[in-house]
Design a binder for this molecule. Sequence first.
Ligand SMILES: Cc1cc2nc3c(=O)[nH]c(=O)nc-3n(C[C@H](O)[C@H](O)[C@H](O)COP(=O)(O)OP(=O)(O)OC[C@H]3O[C@@H](n4cnc5c(N)ncnc54)[C@H](O)[C@@H]3O)c2cc1C
Length: 483
Amino acid sequence: MFVIGGGITGAGIAREAAYRGFRVALVEKDDFASGTSGRSTRLIHGGLRYLERLHLRLVFEASRERRILMRIAPHLVHPLPILLPIPRLSPHGYYKVAAGMWMYDLLALFRNVKRHRMLRPADVARVEPTLDRSEVVGAAYFYDATTDDSRLTLATILSAHDAGAVVANHAEVIRLIQEGSRIVGAEVGDRIDGSERIVRARLVVNACGPWANRLQGNGGQGQRRLCLSKGVHINLPHTRLPLRQAVAMAAPADGRLMFAVPDGAFTYAGTTDTPYEGDPDRVAADASDVRYILEAINATFPGCRITEGDVISTWAGLRPLIDRDARNTYETSREHAIWERAPGLLTIAGGKLTTYRAMACDLLRVAEPSLRAAGVRPQNVRDTARTLLPGTPERRVFSEGDSQGPAWDEVDRIVEEEMALTLCDVLIRRTRLFYEALDQGLSLAGAVAARIGPALNWDEAERRRQVALYESEVALNRAWREG
Ligand SMILES: Cc1cc2nc3c(=O)[nH]c(=O)nc-3n(C[C@H](O)[C@H](O)[C@H](O)COP(=O)(O)OP(=O)(O)OC[C@H]3O[C@@H](n4cnc5c(N)ncnc54)[C@H](O)[C@@H]3O)c2cc1C
């Protein structure tokens, strides 16, 4: 099996296939988790919002996967208490929310971290003093989980590799190879050394997320329409928004649900949800995205008076949503779909970070009969729901405003053991310098490039090129400040 795309979807499929004993290879054109999987809200959640729409199966499945991930990745998936305030004018009154919370616990088989509690306004004030409680009739206090999305993806990739999968980042599928009507492999370009090679496989899996249509074209028989929706987050110093737990917020503009999540020395908030038709490789926050999030924060926590000047960094990701009305992406289903565009080629898109393992199981269920019919016999079967993910906890190298940077032996280890091949890999996804340093790591970029350069065979010109590439990523991230 040949998997294209090293986001959480491709990583999960490679892991599942390798654990079932199939021979599998995966390529990623940039870095693992450089797409949507490293730009999420970082929640491992049952999906309270899906409950509102009575997508009970989705909530049940996500709650089960949340439980599994907390078991197999305790170093990466941590319980997260969340406060859901109930505004006086909410269409969902106190008792309706209480009933919903019981349903949420029930769909988790009462095996969530703890059961929910319903709070009256006086309790809300005690639990979260920063919240404007004058307009609330109470709140629900419940649990989901949080993760480092890039590290969860990387751990899944490393686990697939441990089980025998061949995995490569900075390796791009340039075109699919077709013989007759059948897809039989792909031409892969190495973006580090420029070499090209052909990979042949009984089954090719397109797990390219927002890029899926680039490999297969849009529309036509046997194809599904994918529309993209942009979601933006902003990162703030925790001292400016000192939350004790995550808080659900309603956007004043349209009532959409968002989250503010405390995260060590930071609090991040998001997300937006707007149709996107630009280049998936250049997605970034714009000024209106940041304003929209700040409005929600300042309406929910008026005493904090957060301004654009408080924003340390932003991130923007794309939801690949399937079918329906591209103008109203918020209503489009988050459930995944798997379809066969041509014999030998399966595409999988949609879904959630939380449910990636279940998506991989679904894909294998579709793929196994044809693989077995073609004579592919898996050797041994191990259960991905019971095997720990490898890796270290998120690399918390910074506290707010800290300019020390990662310890240098630390960056050596990242290059040796975590498949980082570029300066961006190290500074954006293996450490969180890009998101957490006040200057987004610009002052340290040259020194880190000099440190890792010898291990990656960089000469002086390549070191300068790597620093320039990093600077342009930071500039893209800051472009909203000019709008
Ligand atoms: C703003 C936002 C917030 C979210 N928050 C949450 C959340 O809190 N919890 C949750 O459970 N889910 C969340 N989701 C959903 C979740 O993040 C996505 O469903 C998931 O990350 C999609 O993963 P993916 O692997 O399908 O796509 P991606 O992560 O985008 O991976 C696709 C990969 O394919 C690679 N690729 C593309 N073309 C090629 C090629 N030709 N050759 C090789 N590689 C290629 C890309 O570089 C990319 O890395 C969120 C989504 C968004 C957008």
